[in-house]
Design a protein around this ligand. Structure first.
Ligand code: KIV
Length: 254
């Protein structure tokens, strides 16, 4: 799809009911994000989410999905070394039914883990830019890569993830121009959230896309506001991403 210039559509889901709707409406990648800690559990951040939580919610989603690729988040502290990462990733695949696992970061240790997961035949999605599992380090949910050094680091991290064998990479909350440069420089798809329209695909937290989160972030849009059903709202999102009308400038950062 990247080579053909066709935008890739992704949303999060955490249960069978919503997953069935997303799958039927044409969402191509369903992410069981550790954002479930915030939108389902009401936590302030994603740091309390456990492997049990991820395996459980991944299983609920995979039961309902017939077409979409299923990506499941490795939660905070679930990949401290390659051995533990492999056991936990296997759990999301075997017990949960995921196709791909997602890890945040691209430091040397994380890249080595991604390489080793690949050697075990486990497909990995990377995640750079704003990494919610490192929110304490940033002092809040802030746009990353606005300064030259930060932009260079994120650019190099995306390249390093491709070299380590990641099959795609989420770019979260970075300037649209930086996301454009990364998307042009690597051959694996970039999936943006708050990273502008130039990414190869887009992802949103489902609750933000339906306007049912406690606070809708700038990078999201309430697609249910103009529609009469969740199915119609998700179809609207799919068409907006495919046609390039979402995200617009108002959902992006400079
Ligand atoms: O946990 C999540 O929902 C995510 C998306 C924000 C990409 O990682």
């Amino acid at each position: 799809m990247k080579q053909a210039g066709e935008k890739i559509v992704s949303l999060t889901a955490y249960d069978a009911g919503f997953a069935r709707i997303l799958d039927a409406a044409g969402v191509e990648i369903i992410l069981i994000g550790d954002s479930l800690g915030m939108v389902l559990h009401g936590e302030e951040d994603t740091l309390q989410v456990s492997m049990d939580d991820m395996a459980y919610h991944t299983r609920l989603v995979s039961r309902a999905v017939e077409r979409a690729l299923i990506v499941s988040d490795m939660p905070y502290m679930s990949y401290p070394c390659a051995e533990v990462a492999a056991l936990n990733a296997r759990r999301l695949l075997d017990e949960g039914g995921a196709d791909v696992v997602k890890l945040e970061g691209a430091d040397a240790a994380t890249l080595a883990i991604i390489r080793q997961l690949g050697e075990h035949g486990i497909a990995v999605c990377g995640h750079v830019g704003l990494q919610p599992q490192s929110v304490e380090k940033y002092g809040g949910y802030k746009v990353q890569g606005r300064d030259e050094a930060g932009a260079k680091r994120i650019f190099e991290e995306a390249q390093a993830l491709e070299a380590a064998g990641a099959i795609m990479v989420v770019l979260e909350c970075i300037p649209a121009g930086l996301a454009d440069q990364i998307s042009a420089a690597i051959t694996i798809p970039t999936i943006g959230i708050g990273a502008g329209p130039g990414c190869d695909g887009q992802v949103l937290v489902l609750y933000d896309a339906l306007g049912i989160s406690s606070r809708i972030p700038k990078m999201a849009k309430d697609f249910l506001a103009e529609e009469k059903s969740v199915f119609a709202a998700v179809q609207h999102y799919v068409l907006a991403v495919k046609s390039g009308t979402f995200p617009a400038a108002e959902h992006s950062f400079t």
